[in-house]
Design a protein around this ligand. Structure first.
Ligand code: NZQ
Ligand code: ZN
Length: 385
């Protein structure tokens, strides 16, 4: 196992009817900005309940954080925060709203040019303060509710923004708030959580048994509860397990002490930025082809994944790996998520644009080994077409 630090300060407030506790979770004299997306939380009544539970506090609203939150939109929220001397941010929504709120938390007290906060990637932000934030999560997918990361879109790129200052102070996870999700978003969320797990697990062995077995447990849970949730949107037990699985897929626990490979995410981000493909969909396209291209580098973990997650124990190594990849693709498709680039209206000649974008964003040494060149990414995309 590799050396690691593990510290996750986010309080999780999980279960039905927990919104009333917002009153105790936020200081009585706080000046609160409630941030949300395109209106789902208005239509389904969540916003109204949140506002009611904030009582007599000074409360302001910022609406319109779009999927794949845009820097320019978030800077309008930063202005409002500065103008109204806001001192607590409350995100009510999915990954985009939670991520956008994290960026606002870092940018509002930042004296320099906020666009400079976008270039630091996994190295972390050069900031010493951020506003405290909480979340009411309405979409199980990104894990943003219990991690220190965000992804902000700007000028044709998707920029990871990370800082330990951006862990939410608390996240309310009430599975019933996700009942109104369209099937497409539920399916995207299952795929996203699945791929978060495997990007921290299907790498090379590190003898991290707790992390591996937890990863396998999350994957098996997603395989069980994903289809039930789609078929029975108001099945509380399935939904509760989906919500908690998605949180655990990216709260740092399974990624501690093990190698990471974020190549599927990095290639997927370019597909979203260039073609508007949903984040989950982009991952379903890229992952099977990354595994085909990287079979040798990932051989031992692919075999472990085949046996422990898909119960594949017979056949040659090659056959077991191929079966595991095929089963994973079939799982995504069974959720209604298409796994080929051509099915999203992309033309073959546009693969070159994706490779150029990867190069422009410095994504030229991907994978757990740092040996995945733009040429390999091109081959992955051609295979995924
Ligand atoms: O905007 P509204 O009207 O709220 O509608 C949203 C949006 O259209 C809707 N929605 C959310 N909750 C709902 C609901 N509709 C009905 N009922 C509800 N309860 O769902 C749509 C998609 O929302 P979005 O927040 O964009 O989806 P998701 O949670 O999948 O977030 C995707 C974003 O997260 C980033 C992605 O890159 C993308 O920008 N990621 C963040 C990560 C992190 N912070 O750690 C890691 C991920 O890998 C990912 O990159
Ligand atoms: Zn993701």
């Amino acid at each position: 196992m590799q050396n690691f630090d593990f510290h996750n300060p986010t309080r999780i407030v999980f279960g039905k009817d927990r919104l009333a506790e917002l009153d105790q979770l936020i200081a009585a004299d706080a000046r609160v900005l409630v941030l949300y997306g395109g209106g789902s939380v208005k239509r389904n009544g969540t916003l109204e309940r949140v506002l009611a539970n904030l009582g007599e506090r000074a409360v302001f609203e910022f609406a319109g954080i779009e999927p794949n939150p845009q820097f320019d939109t978030l800077m309008r929220a930063v202005e409002l925060v500065r103008q109204e001397r806001i001192d607590f941010l409350l995100a009510v929504g999915g990954g985009s709203v939670m991520d956008g709120t994290k960026f606002v938390a870092a940018a509002a007290p930042y004296d320099g040019n906020a666009a400079d906060l976008l270039g630091h990637g996994f190295a972390g932000l050069p900031v010493t303060e951020a506003l405290p934030l909480g979340t009411v999560a309405t979409l199980p997918a990104t894990g943003s509710e219990m991690n220190m990361g965000a992804v902000v879109s700007h000028q044709g790129g998707k920029w990871p923004v990370m800082s330990p200052l951006l862990f939410p102070a608390f996240s309310v996870l009430d599975p019933t708030l996700t009942f109104t999700l369209p099937q497409r978003q539920v399916a995207n969320g299952v795929v996203d959580a699945f791929v978060h797990v495997v990007e921290q697990y299907v790498t090379y062995p590190a003898n991290a048994r707790i992390q591996d077995r937890t990863a396998e447990g999350i994957l098996k849970t997603l395989i069980e509860v994903g289809p039930i949730t789609l078929a029975e949107p108001e099945n509380y037990e399935a939904r509760a397990n989906l919500v908690w699985a998605a949180t655990w897929a990216l709260n740092g626990f399974i990624g501690a002490g093990v190698p990471h490979d974020w190549s599927t995410h990095m290639i997927g981000h370019e597909l979203t930025a260039l073609f508007g493909i949903d984040h989950g969909q982009s991952l379903a396209i890229v992952l099977p082809s990354v595994w085909k291209a990287r079979k040798n580098q990932k051989r031992e973990k692919l075999l472990q994944f085949a046996e422990r997650v898909w119960d594949i124990s017979s056949g040659s190594e090659e056959e077991r790996i191929d079966q595991a990849i095929a089963k994973t693709r079939a799982f995504f498709e069974s959720l209604g998520v298409k796994t080929k680039l051509s099915q999203y209206g992309v033309q073959a000649h546009q693969i070159g644009d994706v490779v150029s974008a990867l190069e422009a964003h410095g994504m030229v040494a991907l994978s757990e080994q740092g040996d995945m060149t733009p040429e390999i990414s091109r081959a992955v995309l051609e295979d995924a077409f």
